[in-house]
Design a protein around this ligand. Structure first.
Ligand code: ATP
Ligand code: MG
Length: 299
């Protein structure tokens, strides 16, 4: 029989947080998803393709440092950064970046259930590579028509949707080529971020619009994260609300923190494929059986 912690799971599911729009919450959402997956018991590797800005890498470095100093036992992912190449020619830069990206991917997919990739908010060779390898793409959008404009193209006279806009077209092309060339599907999740806690008309309108776009462009739309201090205030400690005392049970959390926790859970529920949920349950059960066997033997 396999050792308990080696039970096969669909290994190396690649989750990319991407949107050509900067500042929409890719790094924030990625970090919260990573911590949630780790705490559920998945093995997680992470790649920062925005290593020059380095938000994701610093978040993880802060977490790693805190893990050694303050918060012993806080789960940390195995992390790698891939820098944009500074080679003199475009061809050399693309070759460098491809080989560094594939090396990181190969290393991390080997022994992790998930590899979570944070990307920069601009079109680039590295960004395209990551999108091509996304088994699941998560696109955060702020509650603003400026963000939605990268997904849908609107008729300026009527306001009707004419078709996909620049980013959605790009995703749909990649999805099609993955299907044809690699025979692999790509799931696409669009999540709102920094949603107003107030029930404004804008909030309702954007919700209705994204629901409509989800069926036109074939993505799963989820309500995402509300604008909350808790999503940003623990960065320097490398922590998230899921690391707070009582995060498991909810005891001691404020109403806003409880809602935030629910929002993260909802995101992760959308990310984890059903077969991996089942495989994790199996792994945990086998591990419990093994522990019981070991303790019976030593008793
Ligand atoms: N739900 C939220 N509530 C409050 N603040 C948030 C929320 N989501 C993100 N932020 C804040 O918004 C800013 C942008 O978020 P973040 O850095 O995650 O975006 P990004 O898409 O990764 O940006 P970039 O394209 O520059 O990499 C940060 O200051 C972050 O703390
Ligand atoms: Mg970022």
């Amino acid at each position: 029989m396999e050792p308990a912690n080696q039970t096969s799971i669909t290994v190396g599911h690649i989750v990319v947080f991407g949107n050509e729009k900067g500042g929409c919450g890719k790094s924030t959402a990625a970090m919260h998803a990573v911590v949630a997956l780790l705490r559920m018991g998945y093995r997680v590797g992470t790649i920062d393709l925005d290593a020059r800005q380095g938000t994701f890498s610093r978040y993880i470095a802060n977490r790693f440092y805190g893990n050694n100093q303050r918060n012993k036992g806080t789960p940390v992912p195995r992390h790698m950064g891939v820098m944009q190449s500074l080679a003199p020619t475009l061809k050399e830069r693309m070759d460098d970046e491809s080989s560094n990206f594939f090396a990181a991917l190969e290393d991390l997919t080997r022994d992790n259930d998930f590899v979570v990739i944070d990307t920069p908010g601009a079109d680039s060779h590295l960004n395209r590579l990551a999108h091509r390898f996304a088994d699941t793409l998560v696109t955060p959008v702020n509650d603003s028509m400026l963000d939605i404009d990268l997904i849908a193209d609107f008729d300026p006279e009527t306001g009707n949707v004419r078709g996909p806009s620049v980013y959605a077209r790009h995703v749909m092309q990649i999805r099609e080529s993955r299907r044809k060339e690699l025979n692999l599907p790509m799931r696409w999740i669009v999540m709102r971020n920094r949603v107003s806690p107030l029930n404004t008309n804008n909030k309702k309108d954007i919700g209705a619009l994204l629901t409509d776009l989800s069926s036109r462009f074939n993505f799963q739309y989820i309500p995402g994260f509300t604008e909350r201090l808790i999503f940003r205030e623990m960065f320097s400690k490398g922590l998230t609300l899921l690391d707070m005392d009582g995060a498991e049970t909810g005891r001691g959390l404020t109403a806003s923190q409880m809602s935030a926790r629910q929002e993260v859970r909802h995101l992760v529920h959308a990310i984890v494929p059903e077969d991996m949920r089942i495989a994790l349950m199996k792994r945990k059960r086998e591990s419990a059986v093994q522990q019981t066997r070991n303790s019976t033997k030593s008793a």
